[in-house]
Design a protein around this ligand. Structure first.
Ligand code: ADP
Ligand code: MG
Length: 623
């Protein structure tokens, strides 16, 4: 067949990626082999899946495998698979274009670091282009399973590529790398073998290289990897290195995983799961981006069914990567069918339990790793309190916070730690929510608690206040927001009921004065049992929505009923005393407003009229 060769330009972003790949990746150049073998393996997986419904696709060639061969004279390295192949349109779409949102991130990551590590590349769904790290020309010839036309794609990795129709007897894809002059090591048989052993041993299809005798090809093949799906092998036989390499393959991550759990379950449901905790968050974790790579890979009886089977784990565990291989799901399961399958719920809760078990184990035996986990994924994990009612107590046990008794902003205190050192007579777990560590730690609301040596958990992440709405009790102890209601400190060394009555009586005058001066601005003015050093603070009633939550909802454009603040005062404070004795009514008003504005500022409330606040402060300062 002859057809004119068509030359096309790469999409602008592809050209940019290629430029960076060829000019700035210096370390770990060898990963191109891992990426191309990984693509070949994906192609074999896809074909095996398509062949479930159309067995004729495998016609006459059902042993899926990947061949790697070297031609020293021609200076080429060839990776060939008999997987699904690509049609002409697919070649253009998959190799000439980059659909993934990862491209831009990849470009940013690379341009920030000119000597970037080639390892980065697989993560962003641009692994194929790593071929250009070592090749000055790449020729890809492919024929899709079930079609007769083949196509050849060729590029030197600059701005354009060519496409032509060709004949190709075998189904699948062949990628020929024309190795650059100074990259001879990739033309060494032993070198390539050892790279496959290092990076691709776990690939579930045989990777073959020509058998040689006295440096001459014998016409036979050696299988150079284990060639059995890693998770199907007995745990005791799998080395940590193999687990790590497999993680990199399935997660498209160049970092090692933090930890993993590998289990075979037999009973009324049979399945194997191999679940990993990554060490670093993917770039789109918090954006909640429905990344096509997210979730677990689902296999049924060793046959790859789908990527990103997010139904296999609840959303709050969306950072977990891995494989689930079920013996019970039907092979022809689709996303829609999966949702309705009653085995799914069981699989999901079993996988969830495995992940929680793994986290328990880390928390207990490897606190440093647990701390890494918490730092990276803690905020996502917290969503579990709302999402996973059945496991709420287990999730709560794994939460970590900063506290008034821990060092610095690191979140290291568990609810059990807290309960273990509660004061005699204390029956609640106290916490404060604020916008950041400094705001929490310095909040006047903690003063009396600190004075009485009562520990307070400092909740400083945006999600915390929302999360605490789902956790009112833990291990029989109520969780109490220190900004809400009566703290009942009398049992913990604070003022007794009588003492408080007396203080309140003595302060009746100033409370009344403040109520008059502030009028509609406040819901109430009260004498505080929270304060020792500050003049005033804002508090909420038990049923009020927290201030941070109100802000969050407002920012999200929602209608939030504005609750007027309740002002609590410290009658012993000099400013309050001054107000009490202030004869000039204009000055008294200024003082009252100052107290209110300060208290609001401390809560992170944006003042309605900041200029007026500044004017009042300046007037005081210059008086
Ligand atoms: P990723 O593998 O992360 O999707 P790559 O850049 O490695 O990104 O590959 C891009 C796409 O090209 C693949 O998703 C696949 O559709 C296609 N592709 C690459 N290599 C092969 C192959 N050997 N057989 C079939 N399709 C392939
Ligand atoms: Mg790839």
């Amino acid at each position: 067949m002859t057809a004119a060769t068509e030359t096309r330009k790469f999409e602008a972003e592809v050209a940019q990626v290629l430029h960076l790949v060829t000019h700035s990746l210096y370390s770990h150049k060898e990963i191109f082999l891992r990426e191309l073998v990984s693509n070949a393996s994906d192609a074999c997986d896809k074909l095996r899946f398509e062949a479930i419904g159309k067995p004729e696709l495998l016609a006459g060639d059902s042993d899926l495998h990947i061949d790697v061969s070297i031609d020293k004279d021609a200076r080429t390295l060839t990776i060939r698979d008999n997987g699904v192949g690509m049609s002409r349109d697919e070649v253009v779409a998959n190799i000439g274009t980059i659909a993934s949102s990862g491209t831009r991130k990849f470009l940013e990551a690379l341009s920030a670091d000119k000597k970037a590590d080639a390892n980065l590349i697989g993560q962003f769904g641009v692994g194929f282009y790593s071929a250009f790290v070592v090749a000055d020309k790449v020729t890809l010839t492919t024929r899709r399973a079930g079609e007769s036309d083949a196509v050849r794609w060729e590029s030197a990795g600059t701005g354009e590529y060519t496409l032509e129709s060709v004949d190709k007897a075998e189904r699948g894809t062949e990628v020929v790398l024309h190795i650059k002059p100074d990259e001879d090591e990739f033309l060494q048989d032993w070198q390539v073998r050892s790279l496959i052993a290092r990076y691709s041993d776990h690939i579930g299809f045989p990777i073959r290289m020509p058998k040689e005798k006295d440096g001459k090809p014998t016409g036979e093949w050696d299988v150079v990897n284990q060639a059995s799906a890693l998770w199907t092998r007995p745990k005791a036989e799998i080395k940590d290195e193999e687990y790590r390499a497999f993680y990199k393959h399935i997660a498209h991550d160049f970092n090692d995983p933090l930890a993993w759990t590998h289990n075979r379950v037999e009973g009324n449901q049979n399945f194997t799961s191999l679940l990993y905790l990554p060490e670093q968050a993917p770039f789109d974790l918090m954006m909640g981006g429905r990344d096509e790579r997210r979730g677990l890979k689902l296999y049924v009886k060793r046959v790859f069914i789908m990527d990103a089977a997010e139904q296999l784990l609840p959303a709050y565990l969306r950072f977990v990567r891995g494989v689930v291989d079920s013996d019970d799901l039907p092979l022809n399961v689709s996303r829609e069918i999966l949702q309705q399958n009653r085995n799914l719920e069981k699989l999901k809760s079993a996988c969830t339990r495995r992940v929680l078990d793994l986290l328990d184990k880390l928390a207990k035996d490897e606190p440093e790793k647990f701390a890494t986990f918490w730092k990276t994924f803690g905020n996502v994990f917290k969503e579990g309190l709302a999402e996973d009612f059945a496991n709420r107590e287990r999730i709560a046990k794994l939460l970590r916070f900063a506290s008034t008794k821990s060092d610095g902003a690191a979140q290291t205190v568990s609810l059990d730690d807290y309960i273990g050192r509660m004061k005699a007579g204390q029956d609640a777990i106290y916490f404060i929510t604020a916008d950041g560590y400094a705001a929490a730690k310095g909040s006047p609301q903690l003063e009396a608690l600190k004075a009485n040596d009562v520990e307070v958990l400092l909740m400083v992440d945006r999600i915390d206040e929302w999360m605490m709405g789902y956790l009112s009790e833990y291990a029989g102890k109520k969780l109490r927001n220190v900004a809400k209601g009566d703290l009942e400190l009398d049992k913990l060394g604070g003022a007794t009921a009588e003492q408080r009555k007396e203080t309140e009586k003595a302060a009746e005058g100033v409370v009344k004065r403040l109520k008059d001066l502030l009028g509609e601005r406040v819901r109430d003015v009260r004498v505080s049992a929270r304060l020792t050093d500050s003049p005033a603070c804002i508090v909420l009633d038990d049923q009020d929505m927290g201030l941070a939550m109100q802000r969050l909802l407002k920012q999200a454009g929602q209608d939030v009923p504005t609750t007027k603040p309740v002002l609590e005062i410290n009658p012993a404070h000099a400013l309050v005393k001054r107000l009490e004795g202030e004869a000039d009514s204009a000055r008294a008003t200024d003082l009252a407003l100052l107290l209110l504005d300060q208290a609001q500022l401390l809560e992170g409330v944006a003042l309605e009229d900041p200029a007026a606040y500044v004017r009042r402060v300046n007037a005081m300062l210059t008086a």
